[in-house]
Design a protein around this ligand. Structure first.
Ligand code: GRF
Length: 186
């Protein structure tokens, strides 16, 4: 996490005591990220990275997690961490990738670009993380309409609601698959 953590909150709310997966640990590159407060309120352990480019530090924080979710994390994940968690690390992006992604495409800039292009639709993408920003294989997308009178704020709000619905669904699906693979693998 790097920010306010509303996606984290959606996960915490969706993954109740009977869910087959839980948020075991929250990692932030910013000590002031609102996500940390949400985690603490939910009794989830937190770590703040001293150096997000340091793969050893990040790997130690991730530990033996089955799935890593980048939910509003703005730093590039170091290559050794990507390699270790290939197809077990996902990112959520507030647009329909491969469009409107890449370095510097985060926050309001994404929605500004969508509005400037006069696209009729935007949406949400969850994708596996690879060595580049917003480029790994797409896991799931959800579309939302762009209205003629949309502002950055109104579009961002609609997209964020779609994020909060899609992310827990994808995490539950992937958690079930990872659990199955563990069972199959003995
Ligand atoms: C979301 O739009 C997410 O897609 C993007 O950053 C925003 C973070 O929101 N990567 P939050 O921190 O989950 O509230």
């Amino acid at each position: 996490m790097s920010g306010g953590g509303t996606n984290l909150q959606a996960l915490i709310d969706a993954l109740g005591p009977d869910a087959p997966a839980r948020v075991s640990h929250v990692i932030s590159n910013r000590p002031d990220a609102g996500a940390l407060e949400r985690a603490r309120r939910a009794g989830i352990p937190v770590s703040v990275l001293r150096d997000p480019q340091n793969p050893t530090e990040l790997l130690a924080a991730i530990g033996d997690a089955g799935l890593v979710v980048l939910a509003g994390y703005l730093k590039l994940v170091p290559a050794p961490v990507v390699a270790r968690f290939r197809q077990r690390m996902v990112n959520i992006h507030p647009a329909l990738l491969p469009d409107y992604g890449g370095p510097g495409m985060y926050g309001r800039r994404v929605h500004e670009a969508v509005l400037a292009s006069k696209a009729a639709e935007s949406g949400v993408t969850v994708h596996y993380v690879d060595e580049q920003f917003d480029r790994g294989p797409i896991v799931a997308q959800r579309r939302v309409p762009v209205h003629p009178d949309d502002t950055v704020e109104s579009l961002a709000h609609r997209v964020l609601e779609a994020e909060h619905a899609l992310l827990p669904e994808v995490v539950l699906d992937l958690a079930a698959r990872i659990q199955q693979e563990k069972t199959d693998g003995g």
